[in-house]
Design a protein around this ligand. Structure first.
Ligand code: ADP
Ligand code: ZN
Length: 432
């Protein structure tokens, strides 16, 4: 096996020893920030108290609200003149938060990112098209710098302008892309509309992430373009992409535990969940100087996958992200995640690339409507076939989520598309 970084070869014992020693350093660094100097003093914990990984639990968690309350500068742990980059999270769930980086922070982020890309087979010589927002969104510059660090010919394509994206792919014979999964599905359709088969493009690898998606969606992307798609996980607060990434075995995302400590906690009690169970991912930076974060509550729900990975890396693997704690819908007393619905929808070959879940309240009764785009070749089928499809989808959804949604089949490309992360749920209930 071929590695980008020596840390990928470390065994558990080495990894955990490194984590303990880096945690002490990271804590000491964090205490230079106004927020942590106060927070850790209140908690009565110092770096000297950390003797094993279990001692991590003596450190209080940090929430998104803490970040917001300290906006803009309360988490900075170096003199301001050492900071060279600022990113702001895309604000999918409300007020944005700011994250700062020193020059060394950016270099180690690029190393982590290059490591992910090398792991799935990207090499110098690859033509890499980064279809991601180059603004404050970390998927733009974050992935870009990793690709350059690795030595790929990197094209900062940005988002939107689908025709130009396709032209770039053709003209420069793009071999690898970074793309949001919902846009990848859309792009395949757009290429077909131009009379071309996406499978004939020389693309061989896609990095997909930034939003929850199912394995079924990934397989669909792989088939549509005839490539391998690898799940990429990250969040601005932990730099951005490059936190956890699938290896070629596509069996969960290795967390780079030499740079982060990952915990899975019960979101209500903040106690660790039993091994292998789903909970909230909580992350600690081990190598960041500009803005260390200790036990940051990501609000993303996932679990650790058991057992070793055939690739040999001993970095633990996370399961695909189920959603955010705040994505959970409660309907008639039942907890439902959008990904449960996507998983069912994508298992129907007739279903197209976009769907929208709407929640409404009428006479104090909650209802869910799922609008589903149907592929053009199926939409022209006779009414009976469409009715049967609608009934089948309804039944399978009811079996999965235990409430019966109203399923509406709509024409391809008729639902709103977003350029960035897809918006899958519209909850109109608060408005009444
Ligand atoms: P925002 O929180 O405003 O969306 P970020 O750009 O920092 O801003 O997004 C990070 C979030 O995106 C993660 O916390 C997670 O919810 C989601 N995300 C990122 N990568 C993935 C992925 N591979 N699978 C599922 N969700 C992801
Ligand atoms: Zn692996």
């Amino acid at each position: 096996m071929d590695y980008f970084d020596i840390a990928e070869t470390w065994d558990r014992k080495t990894l955990e020893e490194v984590q303990v020693s880096r945690l002490k350093t990271s804590m000491a660094q964090a205490m230079k920030s106004p927020f942590y100097s106060r927070r850790l003093k209140e908690a009565g914990v110092t770096p000297d108290d950390i003797r094993s990984l279990d001692d991590l639990r003596r450190i209080p968690t940090t929430s998104k609200d803490d970040l917001r309350a300290q906006y803009p500068y309360g988490f900075i742990a170096v003199p301001k003149e050492e900071l060279v980059r600022l990113h702001v999270s895309s604000g999918t769930t409300g007020v944005p938060t700011a994250v700062y980086h020193t020059r060394e922070d950016l270099a180690s982020w690029a190393d982590l990112m290059a490591r992910c890309m090398y792991m799935v087979g990207l090499r110098p010589g690859d033509v890499f098209q980064n279809i991601a927002g180059y603004g404050l969104f970390t998927g733009g510059l974050g992935i870009h710098n990793g690709a350059e660090r690795l030595g790929c010919l990197t094209i900062p394509a940005g988002t939107g302008n689908t025709k130009r994206q396709i032209k770039i792919m053709r003209d420069f014979q793009t071999t690898a892309v970074h793309i949001i999964p919902s846009y990848a599905l859309y792009l395949a359709g757009a290429i077909e509309e131009e009379g071309e088969d996406p499978r004939t493009l020389p693309l061989r690898i896609a990095l997909v992430g930034a939003e929850p998606h199912t394995d079924a969606s990934r397989r669909r992307i792989e088939e549509l373009f005839d490539l391998k798609a690898y799940n990429s996980y990250g969040l601005s607060e932990m730099n951005g992409p490059g936190v956890a990434f699938e290896c070629v075995y596509q069996n969960g995302l290795h967390v780079w535990e030499d740079a982060y400590i990952a915990e899975i906690l019960d979101p209500d009690t903040q106690e660790p969940v039993p091994e292998g169970e789903t909970g909230e991912l909580v992350m600690t930076t081990l190598c960041r100087r500009g803005m260390p974060l200790l036990r940051y509550r990501t609000r993303d729900l996932t679990r650790f996958l058991p057992g070793p990975c055939p690739c040999g890396r001993q970095h633990r693997r996370l399961d695909r992200i189920l959603g955010r704690t705040d994505d959970m819908m409660i309907l008639k007393g039942v907890n439902i995640y959008p990904m449960q619905i996507e998983r069912i929808l994508m298992s129907f070959p007739e279903v197209g690339d976009n769907y929208l879940i709407t929640l409404d309240r009428k006479d104090n009764v909650d209802n869910m409507t799922v609008k589903v785009e149907v592929r053009p070749e199926h939409f022209v089928e006779d009414m009976r076939a469409l009715h049967a499809l609608q009934r089948n989808i309804t039944r399978r959804l009811r079996d999965e989520i235990l409430v019966t949604p109203i399923v509406e089949l709509v024409e391809s490309n008729s639902l709103p598309k977003s350029e960035g992360k897809a918006k899958r749920v519209m909850d109109n209930r608060e408005l009444h």
